[in-house]
Design a protein around this ligand. Sequence first.
Ligand code: NAD
Length: 319
Amino acid sequence: MKRTLFIIFNLVICISVLIGCKATQTSSEIAFDFEKKIVILNNGIEMPILGLGTYLLSPEQTENSVYNALATGVRLIDTANAYMNERAVGRGVKKSGVPREDIFIITKLWVSSYDYAAEEIDETLARLDMDYIDLLLLHQPYGNYLEAWKAMENAVSEGKVRSIGLSNFYEEKFSEIIDIAAITPAVLQVESNPFFHQTEMREFLKPYGTVLNAWFPLGGRGNTQPLFSNEIITEIAEAHEKTSAQVILRWHLQAGNIAIPGSSNPNHIRENFDIFGFELTEEEMQSIKTLDRGHGVLEYTDEVGELFLSWTFDFNDQE
Ligand code: NAD
């Protein structure tokens, strides 16, 4: 009898441990909240899962697009030092009347300022005309990125930045940051769309709880047509009475990508945010899987690094 009780006791302990492990694993899974349209990052901070990108938008277009996006309900705006439109982002935010704390701003340090990242963070705040940045990324994995990461960690402790992350850092470079990091990157921004799923990258990120944020979510400016007119995408769009852009953006969210489509067209901005009233079936997700080509537009080579390092800007020389 004693022996039976002992075995049952041990079984209960084993099952509890197993359940405990599973809970730990589950808690590191990244779950998008489609009701609130947010994800909780690995630092506990809420981030909207759908936003507006501003690459290649002029200051005037940026100000108007940010204003229109915020009026539509978008709460995530992506900019960068190198886009030369951070002042315009700040103006769009002010003009919208939406409280600052309800808006999530991403910006990025360019490689040429990694050597003096602390100063550039202050300059960035001044250009945005804001007290803090929600998410600051290292834009490219070249130059003095390890020092710049440390400067970003300091900025978090000083309250100037709430979350930090990386952009275009693939496995090797991401691991270099992990080796020296006191703060685990909250977000990795890389190219992704139905032609480039980034499945392996998302698997790689899982142990860190780092969320993938897709750039070129619609294929990129001037390159959207191959995706928009793809037969699989158009058939799914027809079935849901949605546009190709909406199907692609919905795919991003269901795949676990935060998406930041770029646009200066108020109708497109509205359309892009109207993707919470339908859902792609498992079968539709599977058929989009067949479009994956496994690569994007840019390979991150040393030559690209040299080119990027040669690009220096006066970021303050913007309207
Ligand atoms: P995108 O894939 O978002 O495509 C933008 C193009 O799609 C524009 O030409 C726009 O007019 C068009 N478009 C948008 N909505 C549409 C709609 N509903 N119907 C028809 N056309 C529509 O490309 P992007 O803007 O270059 O990328 C998104 C954002 O990602 C950028 O704005 C930028 O913020 C960010 N980005 C980051 C990096 C990086 O290195 N971290 C690189 C590129 C872009």
